[in-house]
Design a protein around this ligand. Structure first.
Ligand code: MEV
Length: 344
């Protein structure tokens, strides 16, 4: 049996713009997703976040179903409409997605046998913390370890990106990269290969005072939110994406030179731009406003539409009190933790 874990992630800045080839800064967070894998003659899958009983499919069924998912993904890239793919993978409690997650890895690595997978996670799903990317990275690592494929981190990341595409349509690849390599990273989608730079040398320390908040709203999926932004008029979307990009470069300088007042203004401006891209919610806006009023900064994280927010104030206790008074639970976690690893 192999046990693997991969961390969740937050975007310090650059979500959505990163889908259009602009850079983003991401950090792996101190909560992890776990995958246990064993060899098996069929494909057995249980996600303990949702259920206690497993589903089991024959290997041929998994491979056929994977072909169908890949066809729908190709159709989505041609038509720029991934709704048929999203509807397909959601059906029957995500059976199409689950089969394809395993099927793509088996096909790409030339694995003929089956696998038994059990998934568990320390952080909430659909909250902007990258649970699907942590799942992709951990499943690829677990199955490749089990079948002794000896993949490099870069190969794991590349294959995880293929899994991310079937659930998000056209993701940037930033989420899986942060979960795979860990730490604080600079990421840019690029061809033929995405760019990843660890920021450990340039940004030796992060300020104190970051707190996460989960608005726990019922939200659309990342793929649907990416599609929503893509459907905005290009003349409206493009200048906002460009401005977010400019803020990402400014953020790196602010963090490097420890200019935290500047960092604060950048975060607040970024939130305003994400709101204009229509991925914020009333709850996020009111939390952001309350944090700004006490002299701090707050923004949504990841695709938006509810879920995790990143808040900062130089007086962390005041920030936590403010968040609690609004009726939310402030959540402190480490930023920049280790990426994917085999658990002993
Ligand atoms: C999702 O966590 C972040 C987005 O920028 C999508 C992506 O990078 O693939 C919205």
């Amino acid at each position: 049996m192999v046990k693997v874990s991969a961390p969740g992630k937050i975007h310090l800045i650059g979500e959505h713009a990163v889908v259009y080839g602009e850079p983003a800064i991401l950090a792996a967070v101190g909560k992890r997703l776990f995958v246990e894998a064993e060899k098996h003659d069929a494909v057995k899958y249980v996600d303990l976040r949702w259920e206690t009983d497993s589903k089991e499919w024959a290997v041929e069924d998994v491979l056929e179903s994977t072909d169908r998912v890949l066809e729908l993904w190709s159709h989505g890239t041609q038509t720029k409409d991934f709704s048929p793919l999203f509807n397909h993978i959601k059906a029957d409690r995500y059976a199409g997605y689950r089969k394809a997650v395993v099927g793509i890895v088996m096909k790409k690595l030339g694995i003929k046998g089956g696998v038994k997978l059990a998934i568990n996670c320390e952080f909430p799903t659909s909250a902007g913390l990258g649970s699907s990317s942590a799942l992709s990275v951990a499943v690829v690592t677990a199955i490749s370890e089990l079948y002794e494929k000896q993949l490099s981190l870069s190969q794991i990341n590349e294959l995880s990106y293929d899994l991310e595409k079937i659930i998000h349509g056209t993701p940037s690849g930033g989420d899986n990269t942060a979960s795979c390599y860990g730490g604080l990273i600079w990421f840019q989608k690029s061809s033929p290969q995405n760019v990843m730079m660890p920021l450990k040398e340039e940004i030796s320390s992060m300020p104190e005072g970051f707190v996460l908040v989960n608005t726990r709203e019922e939200k659309s999926s990342t793929g649907e939110l990416i599609q929503k932004v893509r459907l905005l008029e290009e003349s409206y979307r493009a200048p906002r994406i460009k401005e977010i990009s400019k803020l990402v470069y400014e953020m790196k300088v602010a963090l490097k030179s420890k200019k935290y007042d500047l960092m604060k203004d950048i975060i607040n401006r970024d939130q305003q731009l994400l709101k204009e891209l229509e991925v914020s919610t009333d709850e996020i806006d009111s939390i952001a406003e309350a944090v700004r009023k006490i002299g701090g900064a707050a923004k949504l994280c990841g695709a938006g539409g509810g879920g995790i927010m990143l808040c900062w104030h130089k007086d962390k206790d005041l920030l936590k009190r403010t968040i609690s008074q609004l009726g939310y639970e402030p959540w402190e976690t480490q930023l920049g933790v280790e990426g994917v690893r085999i658990e002993k």
